[in-house]
Ligand binder design. Sequence first.
Ligand code: CO
Ligand code: ZN
Length: 343
Amino acid sequence: MELLRRLSEAAGVPGREEEIREIIKQALTGQVDELTVDRLGNLIARKSGQGPKVAVAAHMDEIGFLVSHVDEEKGFLRIEPVGGFDPRTLIAKRVVVHTRTGPLMGLIGTKPVHILTEEEKKKELKISDLFVDLGLPGDRVKELVRVGDPVTLRQDFVEVGELVSGKALDDRVGVYVGIEALRRLEAHRADVYFVGTVQEEVGLRGARTSAFAIAPEIGVALDVTIACDTPGVEAHKQVTQLGKGVAIKVKDSASISHPGLVRFLVGLAEEKKIPYQLEILPRGGTDAGGMQLAREGAAVVTLSIPTRYVHSVVEAAHKEDIRAAIDLLVAFLERCHEVDLRL
Ligand code: CO
Ligand code: ZN
């Protein structure tokens, strides 16, 4: 889990994934036949084989912000989100502002409840109302910070009971599953590409361009999915449950999984006694949606890691589900030359 800790605590807003890319490079050097980076910043690792061509994608980026304005006088920063935040999860948080001369710690402050008016208490919170306090005088901030500097949330990675929790498990846990599976993969006929994709959170952009270049027959996205198995949520709205295994996605709003791939994965999980659940996510998408539409199209599926509190700094996943995801991905890559893609 040390690798997952490093991935979770590292920073990488969409378009600025360099730190994550470096960690993956280190982890895969000597384990793969080719390791390249394309013009958008996707990292592409290959374990070559006769075929079929399979692309496994996990996104490197995390939701975050870019500095949009520096207050001349007092140095408070305004921020523009890159990715979908719930503003309620942002107040009273620590952030890191990544400047050209190095990282600066910052605080997302809020007015104390003591001085809030009744009207202010009822008002809906908007990201445009938030500011970052660097604890420095305005002229100093102006020297250090530029519009466009990335801002990420700051959070330690911890173990909580049977779970792991931290920021950006979406999708560093997917990256982790991909790396571990690639390291473990031995006998395979498939020509396997693992792609650490860029800019997923702003529209599956890296998945589209990398899949165009690779032209895979099969695309497998690794990502988190919603687990709403918490108080007050009815059973039919939970999507997945923690500890019940890796989720094989049937559908979300960006892709419909290839039925042949779903069938094959279910059969494989049953044969290998790997715990799994089937998933339909009403809203949201993964890199599978990008890969599916590259060139003349690919047969795609997503292996999801059920995660509570998605898009917050306490995202939490079950260790056994993570293990199940790695096991099923390895089994799939070893056997996917057998899959029947006829519809
Ligand atoms: Co996300
Ligand atoms: Zn994701």
